[in-house]
Ligand binder design. Sequence first.
Ligand code: SF4
Length: 345
Amino acid sequence: MNTQTTRKDWVSDQEVRWCPGCGDYSVLMAMQMMLVTAGATPENTVFVSGIGCSSRFPYYMNTYGVHSIHGRAPAFATGLAISRPDLDVWVITGDGDALSIGGNHFIHALRRNINIKILLFNNQIYGLTKGQYSPTTEIGHITKSSPYGSLDAPFNPVSLALGAQGSFVARTHDMDRQHMIDMFKRAWLHKGAAMVEIYQNCNIYNDGAFEKITAKDARADNLIPLEHKKPIIFGKEKELGVILDAADGNVTGGPSVNLRIAKVQDVGQDKILVHDETREDSSLAFALSRLSRGVFEPTPIGVFRDVSTPEYGAQVADQLDGVKAKKGTGTLKQLLRSGPTWTVD
Ligand code: SF4
């Protein structure tokens, strides 16, 4: 069967209703372009969303889609991915939907390694409800619900996903289409749960939240590209690099993995950390995710972790096959009456 599509095949007939200038438009475009080049097919693709601005995404894709319940998209997607392993199941969520209302679903989908691809649109604000602080809003940020400045320590979605042992964890941003396409393609290819955090500008309620690191003239000095098997260097002249701090560094599983940024000429090229996204132990990837204190100083982007671990749906299928082979198939009534039962007089 010819699976070659064009972008038109992925565009629905729905009018796109995000605010003009919203970063969501570029994410939508990147996704449609990626699916064309990947050779995916609309009839085998499903987008499941929760609630929020980004969760309108399924309407704009000419695929199957579910606009589900606040925070619960991973739960819907879990059932679908397990029962229909032939489908590509994407979850579209935001920082409020995934990390507050749906925090539990988010971490458990990653922990179980369900074969779903989670795109987390992080704009550090509740946009749909008009500008309240979210779980990723910076401390001190003034919003409609924090008029004297937010007091909450924000979540770092990459750290959270790595803490949940996510088997594929990446970060990208809405100002670089090619980087988004690359990250989405990697997620699409991954067998198991994939989480891609997207720094997404909400130009109405949190405009410029990421511009200190994603603006064109800031990128070279403030985005630290992570590339597998390559030294982690950045800067306009590639003059800066990430090193393991000798005082505390311990990559062999000790409690402290301390990374810092140094000038390459001061420490020598050999001291620069070589990125290995396939490391089983996630402590180094976690340390990379904690390298910056916020989106105002050098911040890693790219794939933090990509490891192969058993995929939950395949394990469920194997288990059911084993049970069928041993006990044969049965009916729901037999199942319900298979264990201890009580008769209530
Ligand atoms: Fe985009 Fe913000 Fe408008 Fe929502 S409120 S559509 S996130 S610009």
